[in-house]
Design a protein around this ligand. Structure first.
Ligand code: KIV
Ligand code: ZN
Length: 386
């Protein structure tokens, strides 16, 4: 098996829900264009019934984006579905994503419905969406807390009614990786028509498990992953797509799947999303944080200079970053200082590395990071004193 995993980005819908200020049409378009350039397979661009502004941005994005499938969200309500289809009507091919709570908690305390009513609503809404498109995704909201029997029944009915993608969201980020993986495995074992749909997952990060749960779902057969750039989204956010995409590459030996994402666009896209959404990226964030490819300790810097693979499992160029210079601090060793001097054009016999290293350490203790101009000055002073 070496299947493709479809990458579904919901930065503009689930991600935008969590921002302090909503994005303008222009800002959403800039993000959509960056996602298209990165060759994201499907972009969920909004929830058109939620506001006239959202409807308008879905319509405008639908006019511009040509190479990525556009999707809009709708509840199991006729008006929602009709409005979602209307917002995307300039397109020949689009996806409608319908969702409905299926956990006991959501059925009782949110929707006040029993399982039979939930099944009826599921079937009715999928049939309604079929008036507009054959590409219908159905989400069992709060699937992570839905009983397996109920989940299997809803999924089977949704597929029979015509859903082509079944999404299993861990809406409140409650499950653990082995548990979530088992849910997906059980669906494959128990739902008779499961092979007629793609199984998708949509994990939230309330316990910090969103990426782990998504990876576990891939191992169990999920072939669409939903998430956002930089992991933005409701509360603690959604699964960070850049992490999942790079895990699929770095651990192909175990996962045995692939994506068609243009990974060289990841860094740029991440920056665009961070800036437009006003959501700074923590320095230690996997893949895209400013420290993700920085090496600090002397032992690590020495190891990197000998062979980058000693301490790098992914090449920074793969995500569109240039090779990073080593940060020179009091933790750096002689090897790193010597390497930087060589990069700056100094020959070994033009300075005394032992002397330079002593004065480098003194300065590093005082000012933290030592820059190229500091090294030049130190080498010059040392030579004068000889
Ligand atoms: O988290 C969730 O359950 C959702 C659905 C609308 C898919 O965002
Ligand atoms: Zn969500």
């Amino acid at each position: 098996m070496n299947d493709k995993v479809i990458i579904f980005d919901t930065s503009l819908r689930d991600g935008e829900q969590a921002l302090q200020a909503s994005l303008s049409v222009k800002e959403k378009l800039q993000i959509a264009i960056a996602l298209e350039r990165m060759k994201i397979d499907i972009i969920e661009v909004g929830f058109p019934i939620s506001s006239p502004g959202d409807f308008n941005s879905v319509r405008e994005i639908s006019k511009i984006i040509k190479n990525t499938k556009i999707c809009s969200l709708a509840r199991c309500i006729d008006k929602d579905i009709d409005v979602a289809a209307d917002a995307m009507s300039v397109l020949e091919d689009f996806r409608i994503h319908i969702f409905l709570g299926t956990s006991d908690l959501h059925m009782k305390s949110k929707l006040n419905k029993n399982l039979n009513e939930i099944l009826d609503m599921t079937i009715h809404s999928i049939k309604r969406a079929k008036r507009y498109t054959n590409d219908i995704e159905f989400s069992c909201e709060d699937a992570g807390r839905t009983s397996l029997d109920n989940l299997c029944r809803v999924v089977e009915h949704a597929i029979s009614a015509g859903a082509t993608t079944i999404n299993i969201p861990d809406t409140v980020g409650y499950t653990l990786p082995n548990q979530f993986g088992n849910i997906i495995k059980s669906l494959y074992q128990k739902v008779p028509n499961i092979d007629k749909a793609i199984i998708s997952v949509h994990c939230h990060n309330d316990l910090g498990m969103a990426v782990g749960n998504s990876i576990s779902a891939i191992l169990s057969g999920a072939r669409q992953i939903e998430g956002t750039m930089n992991g933005i989204g409701e509360r603690a956010g959604n699964a960070a797509l850049e992490e999942i995409i790079m895990a699929i590459i770095a651990r192909k030996d175990i996962l045995n799947v692939y994506t068609t994402i243009k990974t060289k666009e990841i860094y740029k896209t991440s920056k665009i999303v961070s800036q437009i959404c006003n959501m700074p990226i923590p320095a230690n964030k996997a893949i895209i944080g400013s420290n993700a490819f920085s090496h600090s300790s002397g032992i690590h810097q020495d190891g990197i200079l000998k062979n980058r693979q000693n301490y790098e499992i992914i090449s920074p160029q793969l995500i569109g970053l240039k090779e990073k210079k080593l940060n020179l601090t009091s933790r750096s060793g002689r090897a790193a200082v010597k390497h930087r001097m060589k990069q700056m054009g100094y020959k070994d016999n033009e300075y005394d590395i032992n002397k330079l290293y002593v004065s480098f350490l003194k300065l590093a203790d005082k000012k933290g990071q030592v820059f190229d101009y500091d090294l030049e000055a130190l080498a010059f002073i040392n030579n004068q004193q000889e």
